[in-house]
Every structure is written in C-alpha cells, then in structure tokens.
Design a protein around this ligand. Structure first.
Ligand SMILES: Cc1cc2nc3c(=O)[nH]c(=O)nc-3n(C[C@H](O)[C@H](O)[C@H](O)COP(=O)(O)OP(=O)(O)OC[C@H]3O[C@@H](n4cnc5c(N)ncnc54)[C@H](O)[C@@H]3O)c2cc1C
Length: 642
C-alpha cells in the first residue's frame, strides 16, 4: 500500500481541498491541487454574477451605474480623442497585416502619448486613467488594428504593469512602473511546450543560490507576446517544493527578468494565421541570475499572480472584440445597403436582415458586459473574477460568430483581401483580416473550455464550501459527519428561498420593458440555482467530470449576466440622453434571443447526448472506424509534413 492514503487519512479538515481529489489520476490531481491552492478562495467583496448561480440577483451592485468624476471624465475623453486621431494618422492596419511589422515611429508615438501606461498611476509616470478608459481605448484600437491592440494589451493587461499594480512592493513599483509607462515593453511568459493551461507540467526551474540572494533560471517559454521587443519579462518558474501534510507541493514563482540579462535569448519569432505583426517569441533561459527582490508577491505565489492578473487582464479581449464587432457591422451595413440583388438591397432580404439584427443586439450586450465589469473594477467594491471571465468567454465567442456573419453578408468581397480589392479599384473591405485576427481570442488568456471550467468551479464554490467536506472521501468519517451537519443547517435556510418568489430587485426608475427583463433574470437565477443544486446532489463529487453538463449551467448564468448588464447599461445611456425607444428595442431583442438560448440549455440538462457523444469521441480517438478519415492524400497531411 502506498504511503499516500495513510497521509490523507490524517489530513486536517482545514487543509483538505474543497474538491475531493481521491480517485483522480496523478496528473489531474496535481494540476487541480496546484490551481486550487492558487485561486482566491475568499470573496473579500461580493460577486454579482457569481450570486446568480445561488439564485440571487444583487441588483444594487450594478444599478444604477456610477458616473465618473468630472476630472477623470475630461482627461479620459481627451486621451481617447488623441488616441483615435493618432491611430488614424499613423497606423495603416492593412499594410501592417501585409508586411507583418508595426512601424517603429508608430510604436514610439504611442509611447510618447502614454498609451503604454494608461492605467499606471501618475506618480509612477503613467496617465493614471481608470479601467473604464483603458477598456474604451482597447475598443477603439480593436476596431482598427488587432496587431497594435495586442502590442498594447500584452504589455498592460498581462505584462509587467498589471501584476505590479496588484502585487508589487513599493520598491518594485518605483523601479519598473516608470519604465513601463515610458513604453519600455514587457511580456508575460507562462506557456511552455507542455504547459498550455496545466501549469503543473512546468519545466522552467528557478533554483536559489547557496546564499539565497538570487535564483538561477533555466528553461524555455513559448508564444511570449511582445517577446521580441520586450525589455522586461514576467517569467513563471518552478521554485523548490514545500512540504505539506507529508506531501511535496509544487511551487511556482513569478520573476521579473530583464530581457538583456546574460542567458536570455529570443530563439524564434512565431507567425500565425492572423495578428500578422505580433512580436511573439520563443525565449530561452540559460543560467539566468535573478535577484530575489525580483520575485512578485513572494516565493511560491507565481500562479496566484498569474491567475489574479488574468482575472482583470482578460477583460481587454472582449473590449478589443467590441471594437472589431463595431467595425464589422459598419462594413456589413455598407454592403447590405449598397448591394442590390434580386430586386432589393441585400439588407432587405430576410436572411440578411436577421443577421444584422442579431449582430447589433449582440454587440450591445458584449459592450454592456465589458463596460459594466470595467466600472466594477474601478469601483473596487465587487469581486469581478466571474464577470470578467464571462465577458471574455461570451464576448470572444460572440465576436467570432459576428465577424463570420458579417463576412457572409459581404459575400465574395468579404473573402477577398483589402489589398486585392483596392488593387482592382473596389472599396477595401477588411473583414477577411478581422476574421483571421479574431480567431485567437477564444484560445489565449484562458481558452473558452478553460473559462467554462473556471466558471463552473466558481459557480459551485458556495456549495463546495457548504458541503464539499461532507462528501470528501479523503477526510475521516467523523469530520465528514460534522461537515454534513453544518451543511444541512445551511441548506435548510437556503433551499426553501429558491422556491419563494420574494425579494425582487428594485428597478425603480427603470424603463418598464427593461425592468421586465431584470425580473425575468431574477426568477431564472432561482431556477438555475435549484437545477444546479439538484444536479450536484444526483452526481455527487463525480459532477466535476461532467464538463458538458456543467457548461450548460455556465451558459445560463452568463446569459443572465448579459441580460442584466444590457439592461443597466441601457438605462445608464438613456440617462445620458441616448434615444430610449431605440435602445429598449435593441436590448429587448437581445433578451428575447438570450431567453431562447436559456430555454435550450435548461432542456439540455435532461435531454442530451452527452454520454453517447463522449463514448463516440473515445472510439474515434482510439482504433475504431479508421475508414472515417480515409481519402486523404498519402498517409495524411500531418505525416507527410513531418
Ligand atoms: C498568438 C498567441 C499568443 C500567445 N501569447 C501568450 C503570452 O503572451 N504568454 C503566454 O504565456 N502564453 C501565450 N500564449 C499561449 C496561450 O495562452 C495558449 O495557447 C493557451 O493557454 C492554450 O494552450 P495550448 O495552446 O497549449 O492548448 P492545449 O493545452 O494543447 O489545449 C488544446 C485544447 O484542449 C482544451 N483543453 C485543455 N485542457 C482542458 C481541460 N482540462 N478541459 C477541457 N478542455 C481542455 C483547450 O481549451 C484547447 O481547446 C499565446 C498563444 C498564441 C497562439
């Protein structure tokens, strides 16, 4: 018998993870335990979107949306104006796409106007603007040039400024933030050959020197955006493990490494389907000596730094997507209005009109989710990890669908490059570039699949806290019984409330049609909470394996967040003078579409082919049905290219 089960038996209740990892493979258990140990297990501030999964709609957290201080407003608007003009005058997105480089003068100009230090406080040389203005700048650049958007965001959203602002010591802030604000670029290096979303497989190692004052870093990092230009790198590396309950717990630390330190080499510039001017690198680290003071947030806290940085950082992606969606709709509108086929402009044909309506409503919803979450970040009274993940997941998927549909509306010219269109004297629609650039957004900074897992984990958190230990087989029976008693007390209070229609959100001052949608969201949140609870009861700890099923709960919660964001944002805009009727029609249409999707997800909880699909996939992945892929050239394209 291995030593492990005996150790687990002596595990103290407070040390036990909320999720039962017994019975998991070693790889899965290590990955899960490492991520669990690094996630924020406490909710210092309330969560709006997270509460939906528990049948609550804490409407007062999001309605009314707060207005910005006048000074912030003026400075922010001025920056956005200058930024827009600068992009227009100095950036040619189609040329950048064609040659795969952003002109150096343009990068210098962006640095001079402070575009690399938008959120860095003024005392460290930045513009000191809010998350909201940062997101709005991301929308503007996202509408125009995705490569430039990535340059700015890899530096500010995941590069050095964000983790330093959240975790840096005063010395670190003083040493690095002014450089970041001046436009010395930074990059974030987590991914490796074997590390996509599973950091437990990390092979980059940082070993302390005998005097403990330095670490020696060895390894290599893949796909490091801005890596070929960066002066400073945030590098995740394994540091010596800690012992806990007789078991080695892997540690990851976040190091600030100067790109010109001896032993740091950019060994390759990667090129992609889109983002043609991405400065993305493979970086090798050979005996790189890094002072201990360059660890962010302390030894062993690296994964926490990475996860927390991404909580806010990934909000830039839906913001960029909002921009690209706006540009796509503009182009689709132009073609749908100008192009006549079969006796009418194509926009008058039902199939095309349906696309334009759905695209417009979806754009508004993603803008609303991003705007609201940005405001919540600025207000600092709400935990936004769930909101940002929902905005990222929903926004990037919706944006991909939208650009795809816009290309469909524009037809063949949507498939032709802008350069080619221009060459034969036509309007240079750039939807083909937008589609290529858009594709990566559901993959990086937390793929859609990982976002669904993350959201499912956070959605279940209150239940795991209340009852997880009662069903955790790694705990002694006595502790489990005690936990079960506590859990029953919690559920006796909580469960009946999920059936009672009381406690509706206060929608005073809201447009009636918007208020109706908010009430629907409240009622549906209760249904969501009941169904999730029943499902957790029937599956027990095995629920964790049901990714597709859990995904449906995540979708419903996300749709409810989209509905409520749209309503509060619309009301905010009405207050600022935007046309009420137009806005309410737009939001009402989005909500109706969203409700159809929600109904479908609820139906799918009972009526689905999940099991059959899983089995079929395993057969296909195994030896069954080799004829399915017959008919490829040679032995198949992959083999021939090796
Ligand atoms: C253009 C570009 C820029 C990038 N920039 C950076 C950067 O600046 N810094 C950096 O560190 N990294 C960067 N990355 C890496 C990026 O974050 C990873 O590509 C991403 O994390 C996914 O990892 P992977 O590609 O290895 O996919 P894999 O891990 O191989 O995953 C393959 C598929 O399986 C899914 N999957 C994986 N695990 C699970 C699971 N447990 N359950 C369900 N589905 C799962 C994934 O969602 C994906 O669909 C970049 C990548 C690209 C392409």
């Amino acid at each position: 018998m291995s030593a492990e089960p005996a150790q687990q038996k002596t595990r103290k209740e407070e040390d036990a993870p909320d999720i039962d990892t017994t019975g998991m493979s070693k790889g899965k258990r290590e990955a899960l335990e490492m991520t669990e140990a690094s996630r924020d297990s406490h909710w210092t501030y309330p969560t709006f979107a997270g509460a939906l999964f528990m049948g609550e709609l804490p409407w007062n957290l999001v309605y009314p949306l707060p207005l910005l201080a006048d000074d912030e407003h003026e400075r922010g608007e001025k920056f956005l104006q200058d930024f827009t003009k600068f992009l227009h005058d100095n950036i040619d997105p189609d040329e950048i796409d064609r040659v795969g480089e952003i002109p150096e003068e343009a990068i210098r100009g962006l640095a001079e106007m402070g575009a690399f230090g938008i959120k860095i406080p003024k005392e460290y040389g930045g513009l000191g603007l809010s998350q909201l203005y940062y997101s709005r700048a991301a929308m503007i650049v996202g509408s125009y040039c995705a490569s430039t958007a990535a340059l700015l965001s890899a530096h500010q959203s995941i590069g050095l400024p964000q983790p330093l602002l959240q975790f840096g010591t005063e010395e670190q802030k003083k040493a690095f933030l002014p450089r970041c604000a001046r436009g010395e670029l930074s990059a974030f290096a987590l991914t490796e050959d074997a590390v996509g979303s599973d950091p437990a497989r990390m092979e980059t190692i940082a070993e302390p020197t005998p005097d403990g004052k330095h670490f020696i870093v060895n390894g290599n990092k893949l796909w490091c955006t801005n890596g070929t230009l960066a002066k400073m790198l945030v590098v995740m590396a394994k540091t010596p493990p800690k012992m806990r309950n007789g078991r080695e717990i892997n540690q990851i630390s976040a190091f600030i490494i100067e790109a010109d330190d001896p032993g740091v080499t950019v060994s390759y510039r990667c090129r992609f389907m889109g983002l043609n001017a991405l400065y993305n690198a493979v970086i090798d680290f050979k005996d790189v000596k890094v002072p201990r003071e360059n660890i962010i947030a302390g030894e062993g806290k690296g994964l926490r730094v990475a996860l927390t940085t991404l909580n806010t950082g990934r909000l830039t992606l839906p913001a960029n997507c909002v921009g690209a969606m706006r540009a796509s709709i503009e182009m689709a509108k132009k073609w749908a209005n100008e192009r006549e086929q079969w006796g009418a402009t194509v926009g008058k044909h039902g199939a095309v009109a349906d696309k334009i309506a759905k695209m417009s409503a979806t754009l508004f919803a993603v803008e609303a989710m991003t705007y609201l979450t940005s405001v919540l970040v600025d207000r600092k009274k709400t935990d936004i990890r769930i909101e940002a993940a929902m905005a990222k997941m929903f926004g990037t998927e919706a944006a991909w669908d939208l650009v795809y549909e816009a290309q469909q509306v524009i037809g063949g010219r949507g498939y032709e490059t802008a350069h080619s269109l221009k060459g034969r004297g036509e309007y240079p629609y750039s939807i083909e570039r937008l589609l290529r650039d858009m594709r990566i957004n559901t993959i990086f900074e937390g793929s859609s699949e990982i976002m669904r897992l993350f959201l499912a984990r956070e959605a279940m958190d209150p239940h795991l806290k209340a009852a997880g230990k009662a069903v955790n087989a790694s705990l002694p029976m006595g502790q489990r019984l005690g936990a079960a008693m506590k859990a029953s007390g919690f559920y006796m209070g909580w469960y009946p409330k999920m059936w009672l229609p009381f406690g509706g959100p206060s929608t005073a001052g809201m447009d009636d049609r918007l208020a109706t949608q908010v009430r629907y969201a409240k009622k549906t949140a209760k249904k969501l909470a009941r169904r999730m609870f029943h499902t957790m009861l029937s599956y027990g700890p095995k629920i964790e394996r049901e990714q597709v099923l859990l995904g449906r709960f995540v979708e419903i919660g996300t749709e409810l967040f989209a509905i409520t964001s749209s309503c509060t944002y619309a009301q905010h805009l009405i207050g600022k003078g935007r046309d009420r009727k137009e806005l309410v029609n737009l939001v009402d249409f989005f909500c109706r579409e969203s409700r159809l999707r929600i109904d479908n997800h609820f139906r799918g909880l009972k009526n689905n082919n999940d099991r059959q699909g899983y089995k079929l996939a395993q057969q296909v992945l195994g030896d069954a049905m080799p004829w399915l892929t017959d008919g490829t050239v040679g032995e198949g394209p992959i083999v021939n290219r090796e």
